[in-house]
Design a protein around this ligand. Structure first.
Ligand SMILES: [Zn+2]
Length: 237
């Protein structure tokens, strides 16, 4: 099987998972994979991601011009290309609207850090980009400040975008973030949301490096390790 066919099949499979998990209602969400330096295979616009066939996918160049495919490419292709241009190691981008993470996007509540060990190691800090009308290059530029120092970004009043060197990992990041946000919402209902102490967060950063996952940007900063430390804290009255 050619690499391109395999990638097309994987994109359809991840599309099915997005739809089945409620991460992309109706025609929402889009996926892409960089096949070569100048060709990206992406999902079509106005099609449910749960029912795609490999032949429904589109090929676009790095300027966003469609070069092959019977259907028109996703209207959010510029968001994907912005990520690819930032790092040649990135091969896959997943954009979806998972409900729990999108609740944080709508509330414009930064994703708090220092709470769950797996999230600290595998996701790291998940920043939130400012809102812009979806689709154009102005929208894509909103994630530029976070490229190179995050792998998953919340888009204010919109959804989530994640990326990785494999499609599976890019998808997992969206899934992990949504599961984390679900737990945060539940924990806030249950009681006080407690933080890990700084030295325990630093131990997790060191573990991440020991796993060969590279340094966490927080290790080089003197700033606090915690983002949104007041989330879920009950006011003492
Ligand atoms: Zn979207």
């Amino acid at each position: 099987m050619s690499e391109e066919l395999q990638v097309r099949q994987e994109l359809c499979e991840v599309g099915r998972r997005l739809y089945a998990r409620g991460f992309a209602a109706g025609n929402d969400g889009n996926l892409s994979y960089r096949l070569s330096d100048d060709i990206v295979v992406c999902t079509p616009t106005l099609m449910c991601k749960g029912f795609m066939q490999p032949t429904d996918l589109c090929l676009v160049d790095m300027a966003g011009k469609q070069v092959f495919g019977p259907r028109k490419h996703t209207s959010e292709i510029h968001l994907h290309l912005e990520v690819y241009r930032s790092d040649p190691a990135v091969r896959a981008v997943v954009h979806c609207h998972p409900p729990h993470a999108t609740a944080f996007a709508v509330a414009r509540e930064d994703i708090p850090s220092g709470i769950l060990p797996e999230v600290e190691v595998f996701l790291g800090i998940v920043p939130r980009a400012e809102y812009e009308t979806p689709g154009g290059s102005a929208f894509a530029e909103k994630i530029r400040p976070f490229l190179g120092r995050a792998n998953t970004v919340v888009l204010s009043n919109h959804g989530v975008v994640s990326w990785a060197n494999t499609l599976e990992l890019a998808y997992w990041r969206a899934e992990m973030l949504d599961a984390y946000c679900r737990i945060l919402i539940l924990a806030k209902l249950v009681g006080n949301v407690e933080r890990l102490p700084d030295d325990k967060v630093m131990e997790l950063m060191n573990l991440k490096q020991a796993f060969g996952m590279g340094a966490d940007p927080r290790q080089q900063q003197s700033a606090s390790l915690l983002v949104n430390p007041t989330f879920g804290k009950r006011s003492k009255s």
